[in-house]
Design a protein around this ligand. Structure first.
Ligand SMILES: Cc1ncc(C[n+]2csc(CCOP(=O)(O)OP(=O)(O)O)c2C)c(N)n1
Length: 672
């Protein structure tokens, strides 16, 4: 028979050991344990009344959130998940603000832009999840790395469910944390099910904690329903790793007593399991234990519950009575990005030196590293080896291995760690060894870097450097032009210089900019072009195109290698008089400069190395068609690479590239 609450009362079904802890600590633990339970019970009522939407219940798992949060210092970051209400309440977040967040009100944490626990708050040192399970773990690595670099003796705590340990993010984050000796506590809340999937269908090892050894880290498996055991373990581990930095994995065994989310129910869970775990309820058991030990009295419990109930009802009333948000498009659009300084950094002198494209990039980074002691460069082989293209050669000698970091082979974790660095006061440049490999870090860029400012006002001060492009016979996985993937993503800025002077100034701008920047560098141009450029540090404004050739018959709008194709073509065909507009930035692209050249010449060719379908040309052509139609003397034309993968063979690659059709496109446009 299912044990009722009455039979559970007065009985302690679990072993507690309160060690040397004072009554004050025990009572604090109890109060923090009771509060999320009572809030959730109220939420269940509101759900049934149709007053709240989705709810992911943490009932039965509160001891983990509460014990772990109370074991951490208040200035240490915690990265909770969807069942960790106890983290938020134990950190003292006012309940009315939490309810306002859940209800999408302005006084919540995301101005109504994201749901439930999907928010962070620097004030409370909490970095909330995104819906995607897994990426939070690498963010914890970056936060911990910043603490280590600053010699702050702090630990970082991050949660995951057992289901999400199957994501590659889990592996990448634990591995990085271990290789870099980062003081991160990874807590697995093993609650038996990932939605409907039982643990036996999730992993094959006996215990998830067994994996710790594989990463060269310590691991503990503990009773997650025992708040004292959680508190005690996390406290000890945190104390140790603050001064001897290293990650630790803690598997907390618990059970999900309600549906994955309330609407989905628990029909697939065997009744015996529910019965067994009901007796292990973390709140009743601890309450009864404290009563038995004489730490609290029944009167105290009664009064506390009444006080809690009043507080909860008041907070809910307050949040529910708040006005609904009225949308303001200008605010929504502006909040995608952190504000950027208008002023440019001017060079200290007009000294110049001949630099190749790749030297210019290296220059910008070296000067930025000198200027910003909180700037970190990360990437595969970027340290002693100097990077695949030798752009960071000599950096380790000048800046040390702390700030010039070879990474394990894990793009996702490194982008995530870059965001973590930014959250904890640092700036990061990450070198993708080849732009093609960004696919392995896509989620972190698209869902974390790009959206965090809009969601909770947290900027991502991260530059992802992307050695890109074809022309070197490197085939389908070392030559792709993938800039369009990112131009589609609000929150990012996408920069793509064509000349050494711009590469230096724009990279400096990207580093100075508090927003996430995807910085494309054409591999073919690295050693192919050079230019006299300013020796000092200077910035070139992001978002501004540059007219690199003037003519009055047609306008060629292009960027990257396309700029050089166009200029070379005009040199070889002096009879063609064309504006060549180098976009330089693709997001945001320079509408004004495009408008000006279209108005002037009335015939437009958009040229890019990327494939045709849904390339940047499609967007710009659509804009011109929609807004500048009256100035056109011909249809807007596009010259792009074939809609195929990029072949390796030289003849095939030449045929693939847009350059093969440039002459034909220009002639067609001219003759229209
Ligand atoms: C990357 C990703 N895939 C799928 C989902 C859908 N999803 C949400 S919660 C969940 C189960 C998670 O299980 P677990 O990690 O054990 O956490 P629990 O919900 O049990 O606390 C799934 C599959 C998701 N949010 N993210």
């Amino acid at each position: 028979m299912e044990p009722s609450i009455e039979t559970l009362e007065n009985t302690v079904y679990m072993q507690f050991d309160h060690k040397q802890y004072s009554h004050e600590t025990l009572i604090e633990l109890y109060k923090n344990l009771l509060r999320p339970r009572m809030i959730e019970e109220k939420m269940l009522i509101l759900l049934r009344q149709g007053k709240v939407g989705k709810w992911f219940s943490g009932i039965g798992q509160e001891a983990i959130s509460v014990g772990a949060t109370m074991a951490m210092k208040y200035d240490e970051y915690i990265l909770p998940m969807h069942r960790n209400l106890g983290v938020f309440t134990s950190r003292g977040i006012p309940l009315e603000k939490l309810v306002a967040q859940w209800q999408g009100k302005m006084s919540g944490f995301t101005k109504g832009r994201d749901r439930s626990f999907h928010f962070g708050t620097q004030e409370h040192k909490i970095v909330g999840m995104i819906s995607h399970l897994g990426p939070q773990m690498a963010i914890a690595d970056g936060i911990a790395l910043a603490d280590r670099l600053e010699n702050r003796f702090r630990a970082t705590l991050v949660f995951t469910g057992e289901g999400a340990t199957s994501e590659g993010d889990f592996h990448e984050a634990l591995n990085v944390a271990s290789v870099w000796n980062l003081p991160v506590i990874f807590i697995i809340e093993n609650n038996g099910y990932g939605l409907s999937t039982p643990t036996a269908e999730q992993y094959k090892c006996e215990s998830l904690v067994d994996r710790a050894a594989g990463y060269g880290m310590q691991g503990y498996k503990i009773d997650g329903n025992n708040v004292l055991e959680v508190y005690d373990t996390v406290r000890k581990v945190a104390e140790e790793i603050r001064y001897t930095p290293r990650p630790v994995l803690i598997e907390c065994m618990t059970f999900r007593m309600r549906g994955h989310e309330e609407a989905s129910g628990t029909k697939y869970v065997p009744k015996e399991l529910m019965d067994e775990w009901r007796t292990k309820d973390p709140v009743f058991n601890f309450e009864n234990y404290l009563l038995q030990q004489g730490v609290i009295s029944l009167d105290y419990v009664g009064e506390l519950k009444i006080r809690n109930k009043i507080d909860i009802d008041n907070a809910i009333d307050m949040a529910f009575s708040e006005f609904d948000i009225v949308a303001d498009t200008a605010v929504e659009v502006a909040d995608m990005y952190a504000p950027t300084k208008e002023e440019q950094i001017e060079p200290l002198s007009d000294m110049k030196a001949e630099k190749r494209y790749l030297d210019a990039i290296s220059d910008a980074m070296r000067l930025a590293m000198q200027r910003h002691s909180n700037l970190v460069i990360m990437g595969q082989d970027v340290a002693e080896y100097g990077g695949a293209f030798k752009i960071t050669q000599g950096f380790v000698e000048e800046f040390g291995k702390g700030r010039v970091r070879n990474t394990p082979l894990c793009e996702s974790a490194i982008v995530g760690a870059a965001l973590g660095l930014s959250i904890n006061g640092y700036k990061a440049i990450m070198e993708m060894q080849f732009a093609d490999f960004v696919t392995c870090g896509f989620n972190q860029i698209i869902n974390n870097l790009a959206k965090s400012h809009y969601r909770w006002g947290q900027n991502a001060d991260v530059v992802v450097r992307m050695p890109t492009g074809a022309g070197t016979g490197a085939g389908p996985f070392h030559s792709q032009s993938n800039e369009a993937w990112f131009v589609k993503t609000p929150g990012l800025k996408v920069v793509y210089p064509a000349f050494p002077s711009d590469a230096k100034g724009l990279l400096a701008s990207a580093i100075e900019d508090p927003n996430p920047i995807i910085f494309f560098e054409h591999k073919y141009l690295y050693r192919a072009i050079s230019e006299e450029i300013l020796t000092d540090y200077y910035t070139t404004p992001i978002g501004k195109a540059k007219l690199v050739n003037e003519g009055n018959e047609i306008s060629i709008i292009t960027y990257g290698l396309g700029v050089h194709w166009a200029l070379d073509y005009l040199k070889e065909n002096p009879e063609v008089s064309a504006d060549v507009l180098d976009l330089r930035t693709l997001l945001p692209w320079d509408v004004e400069a495009v408008t000006e050249t279209v108005k002037k010449n009335g015939k437009v060719l958009i040229l890019h190395e990327d494939t045709l379908c849904c390339g940047i040309g499609a967007e710009i052509a659509a804009y011109i068609g929609e807004h500048l139609f009256n100035y056109l003397d011909s249809p807007v034309m596009r010259c792009a690479s074939l809609d195929t993968a990029i072949p390796m063979n030289k003849a095939l690659e030449d045929n693939f590239l847009a350059k093969a059709r440039l002459d034909e496109s220009i002639k067609k446009l001219m003759s229209y």
